[in-house]
Design a protein around this ligand. Structure first.
Ligand code: ATP
Ligand code: MG
Ligand code: MG
Ligand code: MG
Length: 323
């Protein structure tokens, strides 16, 4: 039977454009009648034809309706908050949808907030014995703590995605500008040990609390790291699906990913990103609870390679939201 879907895209974060690109793919393939709402960069909303126009344009600087927008929320069976980064992937919109009593795709309030925050994610995983890259963190206005590891470093806003605000630095002296950049995006910043020569492996998960795992994928690129330009400039990154890794490595990755997913209480979906070091050490980098979702994004491609086509994947997500 047909369900009425409300797709919400755009958003206030640095990943606004990425979200709209994902939404184009989802709107085209969604096997249910779907209305679109777009959150402009100023936080105001666009609905109806204005939302469609924003999707065509690929971005919306200014919206029309202050939050909450005048939508007939009760007309929808499921909301799909296809938003990346803060105010979308971090539990904020999920809280609003909870208050409305409207089922939605993806992680709930707590798990979304936890997975968006790199400090809290790493603390939780480390406590459960899942290996994470060593890090320190500081709040805005605090001095940098003693670093228990040597350069290179990765400096990251605690809540970010698409590498927005992230820098790789090779000297202690370069930390200053990198911290300044990261604090443009968040009040808390992490300094991580930079791993050298690692491979980047990703696995897609689907399910509520207990997840199915896809085949493992790998990202390869020429740049210094997997930064924003490398992620979104066509031809800059190569996705290897399945990743050329031993079967036991793939199995370990899937198992760790599913354990982390359950531990953090994720619902619906996540793309779990790992680093594999030259010595065979495996680190869980992060769980993305609303991964990129264009038909050529890693998440849908991993499922396609695992036998689940894009449209069938959307159907599964809608059903999981209603469960
Ligand atoms: P996403 O778009 O996947 O949500 P993100 O903005 O949450 O990304 P990360 O995945 O933490 O950011 O980091 C972005 C990229 O920076 C990684 O894919 C990797 O290329 C590089 N990177 C991050 N941390 C490290 C590290 N500690 N050592 C080596 N490389 C790293
Ligand atoms: Mg991320
Ligand atoms: Mg992300
Ligand atoms: Mg990542």
């Amino acid at each position: 039977s047909k369900l009425r879907i409300l797709l919400i895209a755009g958003g206030r974060s640095g990943e606004h454009e990425v979200s709209l690109a994902s939404a184009r793919g989802v709107l085209e393939a969604m096997p249910h009648p779907t209305d679109l709402a777009v959150i402009a960069k100023d936080g105001r909303w666009l609905t109806g034809t204005a939302a469609r126009a924003a999707l065509e344009a690929g971005r919306a600087q200014r919206g029309e309706h202050p939050f909450p927008p005048p939508l007939s929320w009760h007309r929808y069976d499921v909301a799909f908050p296809l938003l990346h980064g803060r105010w979308g992937e971090d539990g904020t919109i999920q809280g609003f949808l909870e208050m409305l009593g409207l089922p939605y795709v993806g992680a709930g309030v707590g798990a979304a907030a936890l997975c968006m925050d790199k400090e809290l994610t790493k603390r939780t995983l480390a406590h459960a014995g899942i290996p994470v890259v060593p890090w320190v963190s500081l709040w805005r206005g605090e001095g940098l703590p003693e670093l228990p590891f040597s350069p290179p470093y990765f400096v990251k806003p605690a809540n970010t995605g698409s590498s927005v605000g992230i820098s790789k630095v090779r000297t202690r002296e370069a930390l200053g500008p990198a911290l300044e950049e990261a604090f443009r995006w968040d009040d808390r910043v992490l300094v991580e040990q930079g791993l050298e020569g690692v491979r980047e492996l990703e696995v897609a998960l689907l399910g509520n609390v207990t997840a199915e795992a896809s085949v493992v994928g790998e990202v390869r690129y020429q740049s210094e790291f997997y930064d924003y330009a490398t992620k979104y400039t066509p031809g800059r990154a190569e996705l290897l699906i399945p990743a050329p890794v031993d079967a036991d490595v793939a199995r370990r990755l899937q198992e760790v990913a599913r354990t982390a997913y359950r531990l953090l209480g994720v619902r619906g979906l996540a793309r779990v990103d790992f680093f594999l070091a030259p010595d065979g050490a495996l680190y869980l980098n992060e769980l993305n609870t609303m991964p990129g979702f264009t038909p050529t994004s890693m998440y849908p491609k991993l499922w396609q390679a695992s036998g689940l086509e894009y449209e069938a994947l959307l159907e599964r997500l809608v059903r999981l939201a209603l469960e």
